[in-house]
Ligand binder design. Structure first.
Ligand code: SAM
Length: 231
């Protein structure tokens, strides 16, 4: 069991070099080619989830927990579309940046409350719990515990994204092309889709929608799972 180590490393990373790197990638300024590719891929993941939720046409009534919210790339557009957001991240620097961005985009009064909190410590009940591109920082056995905890907070729906473990990505990772640059200082864990689906099912959820984002350097499988009504 190495959650503590991974978590401590991840927290330090996203309060230091990781914060600078990812703030740039998630921003609009100039970046190198690899970072531009990751920016494009990540934006596609965000757009997919925003489009799913907007198409349901009930955002104004929803409470959404965005666990590991980063700089607010998902929380801000969802709040803009009328949802009530409870957004948190293990990194204080990320939360400060997200708070600033929300203020710039939405003004002083907005429907997002931000908190510095690791997702295992989150409490409360939310219609929808979303956790995008966080599980990559943890091995599958730890991701399973995290998903179970997030499932316990979700009244109706859980949306996750993760780097899928496929032969092709395993080879890319081995030759060091995947997640190049300073992010190598944290480990990147890929997860088998069937393992993640099994974890969701064991927590009483069934898969509703799926999507995949793949660019040259960014791979993210998105799963929307809803609570089984017969349970
Ligand atoms: N979800 C955001 C997005 O898609 O824009 C950010 C993704 S970024 C790659 C990963 C984020 O997860 C970082 O902001 C990091 O601080 C956060 N994180 C990592 N481990 C966490 C944990 N155990 N609890 C909460 N946040 C965590």
């Amino acid at each position: 069991m190495n959650t503590i180590d991974d978590k401590a490393i991840v927290k330090d990373y996203f309060n230091a070099t990781g914060f600078d790197r990812w703030r740039r990638i998630y921003g609009n300024g100039e970046v190198n080619k690899v970072q531009a590719d990751i920016r494009r891929g990540h934006q596609q993941t965000i757009d997919t989830v925003v489009e799913w939720l907007k198409n349901d046409d009930n955002l104004a009534n929803l409470s959404i927990c965005d666990a590991g919210c980063g700089v607010g790339s998902l929380s801000i557009p969802l709040a803009q579309a009328g949802a009530t957001l409870y957004s948190s991240d293990i990194s204080q620097k990320m939360v400060e940046e997200a708070t600033q961005k929300a203020k710039e985009t939405l003004g002083d009064k907005h429907n997002i409350s931000f908190m510095v909190q690791d997702l295992e410590g989150l409490t409360g009940k939310y219609h929808t719990v979303i956790c995008l591109d966080v599980l990559i920082h943890y091995p599958t056995e730890d991701a399973a515990k995290m998903i179970s905890h997030l499932a316990s907070l979700a009244e109706s729906r859980l949306i996750l994204s993760f780097a899928p473990k496929t032969l092709c990505l395993t080879v890319l990772k081995k030759i060091g092309e995947f997640f190049p640059g300073p992010s190598k200082t944290t480990r990147a864990y890929m997860h088998r889709e069937k393992d993640i689906i099994e974890i969701l099912e064991n927590n009483g959820f069934k898969i509703e929608r799926k999507a995949m984002t793949s660019t040259r350097f960014y791979y993210s499988r998105i799963l929307e799972a809803t609570r089984n009504s017969e349970q």
